[in-house]
Design a protein around this ligand. Structure first.
Ligand code: LIP
Length: 297
């Protein structure tokens, strides 16, 4: 049967607000923290409780739609062609644990392995991003409080048109992988993005600066809103990017692979470069980025 994407979107928004209330009433400093991969890959009881609430509500409302969530992921699972909710209960767990007010719930629906609906909600700022494929992306400040109205993205009052890496504010993340070739690639990329072209070693791009929202979904939403120009990360998962990808694409941005030549990455492709809308298209900006960072495969 045909999916009613608007109804699914509305359900996801209501689930996101409920998750927001759980996140804001939790106190992760009271001994509910654990780790997964290593001492910086954090998970809290709240991550698990939120995912349980979300999966229960979505299975009740949409028993025929598959579910993939960060906290119940089985290694090796991929997003399939059947409609699938792709959920990160708390994207930005490190920020949540530190009370740094940049964390969100990220609720995506993938159909045919592509993002079809995206809902991202940062309860610390009562800030909501939503999109339905083909129907535009929206940002709503004060959404749960019922203040203001959704603003369509990109905003009419947008920053200077994006010309290239040399005038870009670039989102990057350290992630939780802190050793080996992946770590070396990340550190080298950050250095190249920041370095003056005349810096020792050469080849620098000297972006305006680098930022970390601490959440892949919020990085993608920030690119959609024109607050960041680009975002590069090597090591995301489908639940980190599904919702944000939908929002960004509907705002005129693109997601490509983080390595050269990958114009159409998979939803679970792990390494991504996101670029906001640009007057003459994003192709040259992507190629400039790929040339600076090189191939890390
Ligand atoms: C986090 C991401 C962050 C990334 C981390 C991690 P979590 O998600 O959103 O951008 O760098 O590796 O995946 O663990 O807070 O849900």
């Amino acid at each position: 049967a045909d999916l009613n994407l608007q109804e699914i979107h509305d359900t996801l928004v209501s689930v996101a607000f409920e998750a927001g209330r759980m996140i804001m009433s939790a106190n992760p400093s009271e001994g509910d923290q654990g780790t997964k991969l290593n001492s910086v890959d954090l998970v809290t009881e709240t991550d698990k409780a939120v995912e349980k609430m979300v999966s229960t509500r979505l299975r009740e409302s949409y028993p025929s739609i598959s579910f993939m969530g960060e906290e119940t992921y089985t290694p090796g699972a991929r997003v399939g062609p059947e409609p699938t909710f792709v959920v990160d209960p708390i994207d930005g767990t490190t920020n949540f644990v530190h009370a740094f007010p940049s964390a969100c719930i990220s609720l995506g629906l993938a159909v045919d392995k592509r993002p079809a609906v995206g809902v991202i909600y940062n309860p610390f700022q009562d800030l909501l991003f939503t999109a339905i494929g083909g129907q535009g992306a929206y940002m709503h400040r004060g959404a749960a409080a019922g203040h203001g109205a959704p603003q369509r993205l990109p905003l009419a009052k947008n920053p200077t048109p994006l010309a290239g890496l040399g005038s870009a504010l670039v989102g990057v993340e350290w992630g939780s992988d802190r050793h080996g070739p992946n770590f070396e690639a990340k550190a080298a990329t950050f250095r190249k993005l920041a370095a003056s072209p005349s810096a020792e070693g050469g080849g620098g791009a000297m972006a305006h600066s680098l930022r970390s929202m601490g959440s892949a979904a919020l990085n993608l939403a920030a690119v959609a809103a024109g607050q960041l120009d680009m975002y590069w990360e090597g090591g995301c998962w489908a639940w980190d990017v599904c919702a944000g990808w939908c929002v960004l694409a509907e705002a005129g941005g693109i997601v490509v692979g983080g390595n050269p030549g990958v114009w159409e990455p998979e939803l679970d492709g792990r390494v991504y470069l996101a670029v906001r809308g640009a007057p003459s298209g994003q192709k040259e900006i992507v190629e400039e980025f790929w040339a600076v960072m090189g191939d890390h495969r």
